[in-house]
Ligand binder design. Structure first.
Ligand code: C2E
Ligand code: MG
Ligand code: MG
Length: 722
């Protein structure tokens, strides 16, 4: 027999004062391969028990001194004594002792005399049961221990009764006392985050019907407000009939794992100083952005930014201040980029911008989903404006400027490397020109953006430098042949580009917010000019002035018009303000109120470029207008194109029906003129009469018109087939 099997041999402690009986029992057990220890009385039994830790005790009831029953009770109180099977041995007539022995903790009874075979079989059975019980207890304890180390609990759900049976570990994970833990699945659901409940419910029901395992991850909201993230594996519990009678679910607290994962992710993808994306994430985002831009034929831009003289700040004020500055710069940059995202064309996350710090004082911005490359310049300007405000760092006020280079996809490069390189090149070219600026990487597309921004810079100075001038284009009354009106049309005498028409700069004027200022200038200059015609003896020439979008929406408009009229002493009834449909119909209530207040001043109001907008007859009725000016796009083909002819005819009839006069612009040919006269159009404007004229040429033109009787050509009626 090996040592191991000797140790495996069950140890039986036989306690009996009668040495014959004891010897018989011992022999019998030894021959059945048990290890046997003996004790002659109760106190001896306690002593032996402490040293040998027997698996089973056979205890005689009737002993002198400490009786069997007292010994049994004492054994139960010894370490390891609570679980040991104690078999009492007594005579068959001693039923009283039997009852007392059970009270003292006996496990079983054997009545003397007994057959050796029955004794050994009984003890063997008991030994096996004890072994199994101890193994089970041990493994349950191990399981509990393992579960508590792993933060793992489990519960079972019986869908018929909704009962939920959980291990104490589940309650421990949830920070609850086991008795407070829900006893039904419905109660348990209450603890699950409302957004995750349906998924958990559905997974378990699916498990029941498909008999498949499933795993879930969901949030638990504890009554104290904390939130846990748990992971569950659910397994169907099968019955003997191959049906499923419930689900067994393990539950694992993975909150800290998730937090760690997030931390790792953040370390891998974010700059720890500023919280911005790092190079790695930036690269990722640029990849997505370029794919998006390609699909949507949008423009993406990479801005490469470097703080000017950061090294000096860092060296003189210390790294701590330097770090703080970088953090605050990052915050301001976030604002700039957030603003550009808020006007993005759609909400697809891959279309969003990304801001990164590549290291040191180098920042990059990815702008995605742009319509024009100019938009990137707007962001660059915004960044420079934001950074222009001083930074308050401790007791220092620090001023920084930034130099920015811009490269656009697809014009300047098709991948991150090319774009970064070109943005970097552009940035260095600004640095060489003295820093604190931005520049597009040069390519033909971006030269356009540069031009626009150069023009913008020039525009800001143009008013002060008196570079604008007004031309006047005459309008003729078809019934009398007289020149009855002059439309003021602005021109910009650009110092290097020459005379620019409004189409080249008016939109920029609006974009940079100069609209109201320039509009007021035009109004004042035009009224002053027209006032001089009055003085020269032309009392019936009206003046038409165009109003811009921003002017019309300027709350001061009526006051400004009133002031200019008063200042220039120009009669209000001779002033006609032209508005376009888009200006008026954007906010009809506001438009009607503004028009009414202008009408109170006595000025006339015309709807310019009529036909290009969206106005309907019903809408028009509500506006206090005097005239409609038919857009030149209809006039251009009026003699050849049936559709344009029909529209013009309808517009004129409709205007007359509403009591409005009609004017036509862009009249170039005799056919167009005859057609319009035929339809009853009152006034025309166009090259057939004259181009817009410089101010000093206008009166001589009128004088010549009168002197030569040129007006007759416009009134004479030439018949032609309609
Ligand atoms: P508009 O008010 O519809 O002015 C008529 C435009 O048609 C003028 O262009 C004029 O030169 C042009 N035109 C006149 N007759 C003919 C013709 O027979 N054939 C052709 N092809 N064109 C003709 P311009 O001066 O380039 O002005 C363009 C637009 O710019 C104006 O259209 C007006 O909307 C705007 N604009 C001009 N001056 C001002 C201004 O002072 N303030 C504002 N807010 N807008 C102005
Ligand atoms: Mg006009
Ligand atoms: Mg027009």
């Amino acid at each position: 027999m090996s040592n191991d099997s000797a140790l495996d041999q069950p140890v039986i402690l036989v306690v009996d004062d009668d040495h014959v009986d004891r010897a018989l029992i011992c022999e019998c057990l030894k021959s059945a391969d048990f290890r046997v220890e003996e004790a002659v009385d109760g106190s001896h039994a306690l002593e032996v028990f402490r040293t040998v830790h027997p698996h089973i005790v056979l205890l005689d009831v009737g002993m002198p001194g400490m009786t069997g029953i007292e010994t049994c009770a004492a054994l139960r109180h010894l370490p390891g004594g609570a679980q040991v099977p104690i078999v009492m041995v007594t005579g068959h007539d001693d039923t009283d002792s039997i009852a007392h022995s059970y009270e003292a903790g006996a496990s079983d009874f054997m009545i003397k005399p007994f057959h050796p075979l029955i004794l050994t079989q009984r003890i063997r059975y008991l030994s096996r049961a004890t072994h199994a019980f101890l193994a089970l207890t041990k493994s349950a304890a191990q399981l509990r221990y393992a579960q508590s180390i792993a933060g793992l609990g489990s519960w079972e759900w019986d869908p018929r009764s909704d009962a939920l049976q959980s291990t104490d570990q589940v309650a421990r994970i949830f920070g609850m006392r086991p008795e407070h833990f829900p006893k039904s699945f419905t109660g348990f659901l209450e603890l699950i985050h409302p957004e995750d409940r349906t998924v958990v419910q559905k997974s378990l029901h699916d498990g029941l019907t498909t008999k498949h395992h499933c795993s879930m991850e969901y949030r638990i909201c504890l009554p104290n407000g904390t939130q846990l993230i748990v992971e569950s594996q659910a397994r169907p519990i099968r019955n003997d009939l191959h049906g499923v009678e419930g689900m067994a679910v393990t539950i694992h607290d993975i909150t800290s794992r998730k937090e760690a994962e997030e931390k790792i992710h953040s370390l891998a993808y974010y700059d720890s100083l500023t919280g911005l994306a790092n190079r790695h994430l930036f690269k990722d985002r640029v990849g997505q952005a370029l794919a998006y831009s390609q699909r949507h034929q949008a423009i993406a831009a990479v801005l490469f930014m470097d703080l000017d003289r950061f090294k000096v700040i860092n060296d003189t004020l210390g790294h701590e201040v330097g770090d703080q500055l970088l953090q605050e710069v990052a915050e301001r940059l976030k604002n700039c980029v957030r603003m550009s995202d808020s006007v993005a064309r759609d909400t697809d996350p891959t279309s969003q911008s990304c801001l990164a710090r590549l290291g040191g004082d180098e920042f990059t911005v990815l702008l995605n989903n742009l319509t024009h490359s100019e938009d990137a310049a707007c962001v660059a300007q915004r960044i420079q404006r934001e950074l222009a405000e001083p930074f308050h760092l401790g007791q220092h006020d620090v001023f920084v400027t930034a130099t920015i280079g811009i490269a656009c996809f697809p014009m300047d490069g098709l991948d991150l490397e090319a774009l970064l390189k070109h943005a970097d090149t552009a940035m260095y070219s600004v640095k060489s020109l003295g820093r604190n600026g931005y520049k597009f990487y040069s390519s033909s597309m971006n030269q356009h953006a540069e031009q626009r921004f150069a023009l913008e810079a020039d525009l800001r100075r143009a008013l002060d430098r008196d570079e604008f001038m007004i031309c006047f284009q005459p309008l003729i009354d078809l019934r009398t042949g007289a020149i009855v009106k002059a439309e003021a049309l602005i021109r910009w005498h650009h110092p290097s580009l020459g005379i620019l028409p409004p189409g080249k700069f008016l939109q920029i004027v609006e974009d940079v917010g100069l609209g109201p200022r320039l509009g007021e200038w035009v109004l004042r200059a035009a009224c002053t000019q027209a006032r001089s015609w009055l003085a020269a003896g032309h009392p019936s020439i009206q003046l038409a002035v165009n109003l811009s979008d921003s002017q019309f929406h300027d709350a001061q408009l009526t006051d400004i018009v009133a002031n200019v009229l008063a200042e220039t002493k120009f009669p209000s009834e001779l002033l006609d303000l032209e508005l376009t449909e888009t200006i008026m119909f954007r906010s009809p209530e506001h438009a009607i109120a503004t028009l009414q207040s202008l009408r109170i001043l006595g000025v006339e109001l015309s709807l310019d470029d009529f036909g290009t907008g969206f106005s309907s007859l019903r809408h028009l009725q509500q506006y206090p207008l005097n005239a409609l000016k038919i857009d030149q796009s209809f006039i251009r083909n009026i003699a050849e194109n049936e559709r344009d002819a029909a529209i013009t005819r309808m517009v004129i009839a409709m205007a007359h029906g509403l009591g409005l006069r009609t004017l036509a612009e862009g009249v170039e040919t005799q056919e167009q003129l005859d057609f319009l006269r035929e339809l009853g159009c009152e006034v025309v404007q166009g090259f057939i009469l004259s181009q817009p004229l410089a101010a000093d040429l206008f009166l001589p033109f009128v004088a010549k018109h009168i002197a030569t009787g040129a007006g007759r050509r416009f009134t004479s009626f030439r018949r032609f087939a309609l």
